[in-house]
Design a binder for this molecule. Sequence first.
Ligand code: F6R
Length: 263
Amino acid sequence: MKIHVLETPASASIFVARILAAQVQKKNGSVLGLATGGTMPPVYEELLSIARKQRISLTDISTFNLDEYIGLSPEHPQSYSRFMRHHLFDRIDCDRSRLAVPRGDSRDPDAEAQRYEAAIKQSGGIDLQLLGLGANGHIGFNEPGASFSSRTRVETLSEDTRLANARFFAHGEIVPSEAITMGIGTILEARSIVLLAAGESKAPAVRAMIEGPITPDCPASVLQKHPNVAVVLDAAAAALLSPSESITHHGVTPAQPEPTNAS
Ligand code: F6R
């Protein structure tokens, strides 16, 4: 794992957007795995800005989002499908059929999960997977206890996660109790991974992910086994880490990240 610590959430987002842009530039037709959540809008905003300024075309990318709530149609304001359209998909000139989010309103979520897993395989696999981090250590919606070999499937959300995500829903609206999520095994097949976490609420999970044992109690700890992971943190999220050679501290203006090893 390479760990990059930026001073602010904004500079951490810029750093991650540069990694995404470098991947798109490096390989025509890159397949990106994407994430939602409160941490991600600045990343997509910055990616669009870099693409505009550096004339990087996003037309040929394919994308697969990590997850979607079961029971929400793509039009629901809190669906991840709508999130992605708002923050990225509606703003790029790319064939919609290549921008995939699991269908949360499918009549058969198990079949939808299998279809999604097969579609990822058929694309040739993910070149670069973007991840956020749950305060309970989840990646995608793989909650503590999830199997490291799990594939895309229906997962029951923990009470912690439903509580954390209630902030995105209207007052009194019920947060769905299930989601379709890429499995941990699915995520680990990505050729490279970049995880972004910001804020002090993530600091204990960041420490467990990087310094703790590899255990399903902290799903993100499995990333220690992946050969090509960049963890990008703001100072608050990194606050509980012990000094280590694998940590690079960046100044206010982040350096240009090295491209990932994904082809
Ligand atoms: C979202 C996802 C989740 C989030 C995580 C952090 O697609 O897969 O794992 O990345 O819950 O969410 P925020 O950024 O809201 O703290």
